[in-house]
Design a protein around this ligand. Structure first.
Ligand SMILES: C[S@@+](CC[C@H](N)C(=O)[O-])C[C@H]1O[C@@H](n2cnc3c(N)ncnc32)[C@H](O)[C@@H]1O
Length: 296
């Protein structure tokens, strides 16, 4: 079953609690910033920004962050720290071509439909030479029917791959609701990104952290099983159909006209482009608009 837009508005409390788990601070955040690299002075899109905790940390490192999310509650929280667009990803229809210096998505790609469109849209809005950084749940971990298998005879833990090789969906309980993860094999993801003009620079795969293993005897048995994956690409430019990184820095200039294509309100946008800067003056209209989307 396809996740409806309203579903994430029911997952606010679940995600807020998840992000307070020690592993998020100990494992996800450090991995992300190691892969993202230097951000000082750069304008970055945080795709699926949630309550803005990653955006805040990126801003502490000197980035100018603009959040994008469809969860109204989380977006409101994030908007206390930086501008936020209400927008259903992977579409970024309201953002100008080459408008930003880079983009990132932390633990969100698994929730977006249409990953080829995600890579194409980010490639369109990030200027040549700019980065795209992702942290995802490792695809070995997200495959439908994958999971740990404990050998009762000696307590050894094995990993069942499940349906790793195909794209699929898993649904997990999430605080009285259900959260859906879209599984994509690594080969599919890398090919989609390359087709959109993203040049791969770094991939990191990470297992259970030492502190998580010390807290949980089952996780301690996971040994070399990957849990997280982080990737960084750089936007190439295409010349004669071939993707190249030569001369990119010379092209590195964000659009001067600003980020948005047009200064429209959310209510004026077509239904597939829920967009608008979230600020105090805007909230009523956004609420009405979200209700309209839910009712479709
Ligand atoms: C697991 S949370 C991660 C939040 C944030 N990146 C962090 O690490 O704290 C996933 C986020 O993606 C957002 N999200 C899910 N599907 C989305 C979509 N199609 N468009 C925009 N945001 C989406 C959710 O509202 C939620 O804030």
């Amino acid at each position: 079953m396809t996740q409806q837009i309203g579903d994430w508005n029911e997952l606010t409390e679940w995600w807020t609690a998840e992000a307070q788990e020690p592993a998020y601070g100990e494992e996800v955040i450090p991995l992300f910033f190691e892969v993202l690299g230097e951000v000082g002075g750069r304008t970055l899109l945080d795709l699926g920004c949630g309550d803005g905790r990653i955006s805040g940390l990126a801003a502490d490192r000197g980035a100018k962050v603009i959040g994008v999310d469809l969860n109204l509650d989380l977006a409101r929280r994030a908007s206390r720290g930086h501008p936020v667009f209400l927008n259903r990803l992977p579409g970024l229809a309201c953002v100008r071509d080459r408008a930003v210096d880079g983009a990132y998505a932390v633990l969100t790609l698994e929730h977006f439909e249409d990953s080829p469109r995600f890579f194409a849209e980010t490639a369109r809005v990030v200027r040549p030479g700019g980065p795209l950084a992702l942290v995802i749940n490792h695809p070995v971990y997200t495959a439908p029917e994958s999971g740990p298998v404990l050998d009762p005879t000696d307590g050894e833990l094995f990993w069942r791959f499940g349906d790793y090789l195909n794209t699929g969906r898993t649904r997990d309980p999430a605080g009285g609701h259900t959260v859906e993860f879209i599984h994509r094999p690594i080969g599919a993801l890398l090919t989609e990104a390359a087709s959109a003009g993203w040049l791969l620079e770094e991939v990191r795969e990470q297992g259970v952290g030492a502190r998580s293993a010390a807290r949980d005897p089952i996780l301690a048995k996971h040994g070399g099983i990957p849990h997280l994956m982080a990737l960084r690409w750089r936007r190439g430019h295409t010349a004669g159909g071939r993707c190249s990184i030569r001369g990119l820095e010379a092209e590195a200039a964000p659009a001067e006209e600003g980020l948005l294509k047009q200064n429209r309100t959310a209510a004026e946008h077509p239904v597939d482009r829920i967009s608008g800067i979230l600020d105090g003056a805007f909230e009523g209209e956004v609420d009405e608009y979200i209700e309209e989307i839910r009712g479709r």
